[in-house]
Structures are given as C-alpha cells and as structure tokens.
Design a protein around this ligand. Structure first.
Ligand code: ADP
Ligand code: MG
Length: 504
C-alpha cells in the first residue's frame, strides 16, 4: 500500500469538527450500490428478476463468453441521469466504461465493467435532518453530504454458503445487473448522521423510481468507510464495512467499529486499511481482507464499449419527464402551507406520506395541525404496526374532519386523540358521530361553564386570595379545578378568559 496523502483530505479543510467520542472525531464516507430497476441487464437482454432458479438468468454476454459483445442498456443510463438531476449533480456529456480486473468465484469473467476516471454523474449533494437527543432535549440539525460521483457498473454473481456443507455454490443470475455506485466525500461525523444520510439516499432513489430499495434482497447496499482522528489531525486510516443491508445494522456496525478503532489506537496499534464485515449475531466487525488499491485492479478503458455520450437534449427530456422531487416538494410545502422546513422534509419521506398530507391539509385548511397529526399520531401508529402510509385505516378525509373539529373548538386535542383511536380501530367511520357517541364534546355552552367557574371560585377561597396577592400558580390551580369539574370537556382558553373576568 502506498503512503500517499488521502485525496479526500483537501475537501475536508474548513469543515466544522464533529461530536467527539472519547476525544476522537469520527469520519465516515459512504459507497452505496443501488440496483437499477431495469427489466434487463446492463449490457445484455437477460432478465434481472430476483429469486429465479440459480444460473437461469445469466446469458453469454453476462459471462463474457468469447464472441459476445456488451451493448449499453439505455434504461440504465436514463436512471443514472435521473439520479444526477435529483441530487443537483453534473451529468457528464461523455463518460467511459473501464474494466476493473479481479477474479473471484462470483466473477469468473475476471473483470467487472465499471466507470473509473470519468463517471457519468459527478458531484451533487444530499441534504437531510439529523435528530440527536430525546424528548425535550432533541436537537434537529440540517446536514449536507457532498457526493463525489455516481457511476454505472455491472453487478457480480453471488456465492451461496447456506445450503452447502464444506463447499459453496455459485449463482450467476445477478451477473450483469445494473448498479449505480454512489460515492460520498467523507462528510459524515457520527453513526446517526450516516444512517440519516442512507435513509435520505434511499428515499431519493425510490422516490424517483430508479431502484426498488429492497434492502433484504440486496437492491440497496451500503459500504461505510470509517476512521477516527484527534480533532484537527489529518484523516485517519479507514476501514470499510461492506454490504450493510439494514439501517439498524448500519448503526450498530459503525458504533462497534468506532469503539474498536479507538481501542486499537489507545493500545498503541496503528489502524490497517481493510475491508471488514459486520456480523449481526455478534454485533462485531471483523476483517475480511486487506484493502486493494486502485492500482491492483489494473483499470483500463473497455475496448468493447464506446464512450457513453449524453446529449443535452437527452438530459432535458429526462428532466421534463421527472415527477416533482422530494426537496422541491418540501420547498413548496414551506411556501404554500407555511410549514417549518423540518415538517416539510419529514412529510416528504415518501410520495404516499406527502400525498396524505396534502389531501388532509386541503380538506381541513389547517396545514400545521395536519402536519403535527401526521408526523405524530399517524406515524407513531404506523411505525408500531410496521405499516406504511397506504395501509393507514384512517383516510385523509377522516383526519381532516377531526382536525376541523379541533380547530372549531368542538373537541380538545386530548379528546381528539381518543376519537382518533376509535377511528384507527375501526369502531366507526364518521368523525362527528364518534365525537357525539364518546361524550367528549367540549363544553361550549357558556352558561353551564359560568356556573362551574362560579362554584370553583366559591369553593376555593384560598387560591382566589393567593391569586389576588399575585401568585400565578394559584390561577393555574383554579383552571385545573374547573377542567376537572367539567370532566375535561371545558375549552381551556374559554376557562382562562372566564376566570380572569370573574376575578377582576
Ligand atoms: P474505494 O473504492 O477504494 O473504497 P473510493 O475512493 O471509491 O475508494 O471511495 C472511498 C470512500 O471512502 C469514499 O466514500 C470516501 O468518502 C471515504 N473515505 C476516504 N477517506 C476516508 C477516511 N479517512 N475516513 C473515512 N472515510 C474515508
Ligand atoms: Mg470502497
């Protein structure tokens, strides 16, 4: 391995120091492989469907049998363009396919067709919020991670170990499946930030429909490059955790790796650049192989493929056919509905959630309330039931009807939550009927409320005296008494106002 300066060093100058772990700053960069959702392979017409009988979907081109020639799949290029546009990157008008030479049982042809010096997508940025701390201490920070590049390449086959004893199986079905490899600058500073980045990237590729995002099936897999350093020191040596295919494992793997590296350094050992695997059973990472350098791959332009030329008209057409992007939609939610940026970003987690929000907001005319309910009550229940938005038993129309009843003072927030429970459980469909049946209607009859207020004032001479001598707490106690006497049905704002007038 050569002792050169890390080429990523320069791009880190001037970035603020991240949170420290035992006095060390954590540095993370991601390489993500997104399988593109084309029907056929990147350079052949063989199908890409998942789960077929082993070795039934790799054709002669995928195996590079003599006499075959690869032909670029337009659909794969188009998806790369869509991605580039989604992250505000530069689409290279001319990019080059290269051979990355290595042999592995799942790559019997001896090389992978990839892009090296000139990738199709260059630069770009992914922005997201990271939340740290819980409850009242929660802090939300907006982060942005710069992309270095995204390049097109073919996937390799798969080695199978599970059904074999003392031997491995090779399934070449995946060989030639189109991949977009998305590489970041080492801009992330914690496992939480890394996971938030990965989730945002996952959202982008599934939103624009270039990848099905199925992590169990390996359609979206992340390699996390992790190093630690003392604040202000040059970048440390990284170890690369391969093929993280769940957000939970991602967090666990990075946290373990950080602790391990700090332990090594504190014990006086230097970190060796290496590729490591995360074992979910032990929660540990372990070295798989020491890391190859680019030179080991003997990259050279693939003589079988011409340069990939993308005319501006092609980019323009792709752009015009793309649906509204999540960040554009989020900006519109801020502008049109007056939502905070955080709400707008959260509500554009998925197309289904964004559509649910818009339908609710339009139907009730209360966008902020709609946002609060969807980010809170609705999301909580969906998460608990591991459901997605489409499975919500409460429709936007029903939620809007309920929000309208909060806004016009018919029910309190608390009461509305109980009505919402009933709706969710399918105990009724009509919001007004459920409110009626539940007896949770706020008391809007002012003469009844006035009577309660008077009774409370008469029965709590102590508090009244204290309030008059300037103790605000005593006032709150009186409000509490009235609410209690009304069985929670009084409108708190009305109670406040009434008490104030009565007490002069
Ligand atoms: P390779 O394919 O050999 O892993 P790349 O240059 O394509 O190399 O990708 C390197 C990845 O490692 C990038 O995501 C980059 O941000 C990240 N990286 C580089 N240096 C460090 C470092 N010192 N600590 C953490 N991540 C790093
Ligand atoms: Mg790598």
């Amino acid at each position: 391995m050569s002792e050169t300066v890390n080429p990523f060093e320069q791009m880190q100058a001037g970035r603020p120091t991240g949170p420290l772990v035992h006095g060390y700053e954590v540095i993370i960069g991601f390489e993500t492989h997104a399988q593109l959702s084309t029907q056929s392979k990147i350079f052949s017409r063989a199908p890409t469907a998942f789960g077929a009988e082993p070795n039934t979907q790799a054709c002669a081109v995928d195996l590079a049998l003599p006499g075959t020639l690869p032909v670029m799949n337009r659909g794969a290029v188009e998806r790369a363009i869509e991605f580039g546009l989604a992250v505000n990157a530069h689409i290279a008008p001319r990019s080059i396919f290269a051979r990355k030479n290595y042999f592995y049982p799942d790559l019997p042809k001896g090389y992978q067709i990839s892009q090296f010096e000139i990738p199709v997508v260059q630069g770009g940025v992914v922005e997201f919020f990271v939340e740290t701390g819980k409850g009242a201490d929660a802090v939300r920070e907006k982060k942005s991670v710069r992309l270095v590049r995204a390049h097109l390449e073919e996937d390799a086959g798969k080695s199978l170990h599970e059904d074999f004893v003392g031997q491995s199986g090779i399934d070449l079905n995946r060989a030639g499946t189109p991949l977009l490899e998305i590489v970041t600058e080492p801009d992330m500073r914690s496992s939480a930030e890394a996971v938030a980045y990965a989730k945002e990237l996952h959202k982008i590729v599934t939103w624009i429909g270039i990848c099905d995002g199925n992590m169990q099936e390996g359609s979206f897999r992340c390699d996390a490059n992790v190093s630690v350093r003392k604040p202000g020191a040059p970048l440390g040596t990284r170890r690369e955790i391969k093929n993280l295919n769940s957000f939970r494992f991602m967090q666990q793997a990075i946290d373990f790796e950080v602790r391990w590296q700090i332990g090594q350094i504190e014990d006086g050992h230097a970190i060796q650049q290496a590729t490591v695997l995360f074992d979910p059973d032990t929660g540990e990472t372990r070295a798989m192989r020491t890391k190859e350098d680019a030179a080991d791959y003997r990259y050279f332009p693939d003589p079988d493929l011409p340069p990939l030329v993308i005319a501006p008209e092609w980019v323009a057409r792709v752009r015009s056919e793309m649906a509204e992007l999540p960040r554009v939609m989020a900006a519109r939610f801020v502008a049109d509905y007056g939502l905070p940026e955080y709400d707008a970003t959260t509500l554009t987690q998925s197309k289904a959630m964004a559509a649910y929000f818009e339908a609710t907001a339009k139907a009730c005319g209360q966008p902020k309330l709609a946002s609060n309910w969807i980010m809170g009550e609705v999301s909580r229940r969906l998460n608990a039931g591991e459901m997605d938005m489409a499975q919500s038993p409460v429709s936007p129309t029903q939620l809007a009807a309920l929000i309208a009843r909060i806004a016009d003072g018919t029910v309190s927030n608390n009461a509305a939550r109980q009505v919402f429970d009933a709706l969710w459980a399918g105990e009724g469909q009509d919001v007004d009927a459920l409110i009626e049946a539940s007896g949770l209607k706020q008391m809007n009859d002012s003469s009844a409320l006035e009577k309660i207020v008077d009774d409370v004032i008469d029965g709590n001479a102590d508090n009244v005296a204290q309030y008059k001598s300037g103790k605000d707490k005593a006032f709150n106690a009186l409000v509490g008494q009235v609410m209690k006497a009304s069985k929670g049905k009084a409108n708190p704002a009305q109670v406040n106002a009434l008490l104030k007038t009565r007490l002069g």
